[in-house]
Design a protein around this ligand. Structure first.
Ligand code: 13P
Length: 255
């Protein structure tokens, strides 16, 4: 990859995994020992909400903490939710939105995801907005249409893309061990950048980071990060393992 102005990013999405023991030991044993230059690589972890304050209390490094989701509603009679004001109050300024599991299992629509993205951006958050196609959609040649539809919904809500990071996660690659080849990922990332140039601005196309997610491991991170339009990763399973260290290292060492 040519040296670009874009800072790389590695996100660790812990999903609904972990114990209090893990929330203490993993930051101490792995995250606090990561070696990276925060000017080159931004590292963010998204533990389950219940574990966030424990993780924060152990973290010493330049690793940031994110929520995996957020509520559109504010404080009040919304049993089971937590508001963005509560998240801010915990000194958190990163969140994911639109993860495929939120879309598929919890029926979040493109519009819901767009509104959550807008809410978080307006509150000063850096938002890792997730998009990506299902297996059947890729097989029937609809990848670009699906990504553009999800991106268009965000654009209808958000004018300012300076705090948006796109996480392209083909659903068929999530948790399956089937990573997109570097070329497939690169081609899709290039399409997303073209969409940004045509629909947001040339500046956004040059500056918005596009992360790849889906079965990223220490074994494939280096070849993926070598691609021109891949600006880092959103990692699931491997973010719960010491291999996360090697994934961050691959980004730190990227040319
Ligand atoms: P895996 O890395 O486990 O495939 O998960 C990817 C993901 O969904 C990250 O958000």
């Amino acid at each position: 990859r040519q040296m670009s102005a874009r800072r790389l990013m590695v996100g660790g999405n812990w999903k609904c995994n972990g114990t209090m023991g893990f929330a203490k030991s993993f930051p101490a044993d792995v995250l606090n020992k990561l070696k990276f230059d925060p000017k080159k690589v931004e590292v963010v972890v998204a533990p389950a909400a219940l574990h966030i304050s424990t993780v924060q209390s152990v973290l010493k490094n330049n690793v940031h903490v994110a929520t995996q989701n957020l509520s559109l509603t504010g404080d009040g009679a919304y049993t089971g939710e937590f508001s963005i004001a509560m998240v801010k109050d915990m000194n958190i300024s990163y969140t994911l939105t639109g993860h495929s599991e939120r879309r598929t299992l919890y029926h979040e629509t493109d519009k819901d995801v767009a509104k959550k993205t807008k809410l978080a951006v307006d509150q000063g958050f850096t938002v890792l907005a997730c998009i990506g196609e299902l297996l059947g959609e890729r097989e029937s040649g609809k990848t670009k249409d699906v990504n553009n539809r999800q991106l268009n919904a965000i654009r209808e809500e958000c004018e300012d893309w300076s705090k948006i990071v796109i996480a392209y996660e083909p659903v068929w690659a999530i948790g399956t061990g089937k990573t997109a080849t570097p070329q497939i990922a690169q081609d899709t990332h290039a399409e997303i950048r073209e969409w940004l140039a045509a629909n947001v601005s040339k500046e956004a196309a040059a500056s918005v980071r596009i992360l790849y997610g889906g079965s990223v491991t220490d074994a494939n991170a280096a070849e993926l990060i070598a691609m021109e339009d891949i600006d880092g990763f959103l990692v699931g399973g491997a973010s719960l393992k010491p291999a996360f260290h090697q994934i961050v290292e691959a980004c730190q060492n990227a040319k």
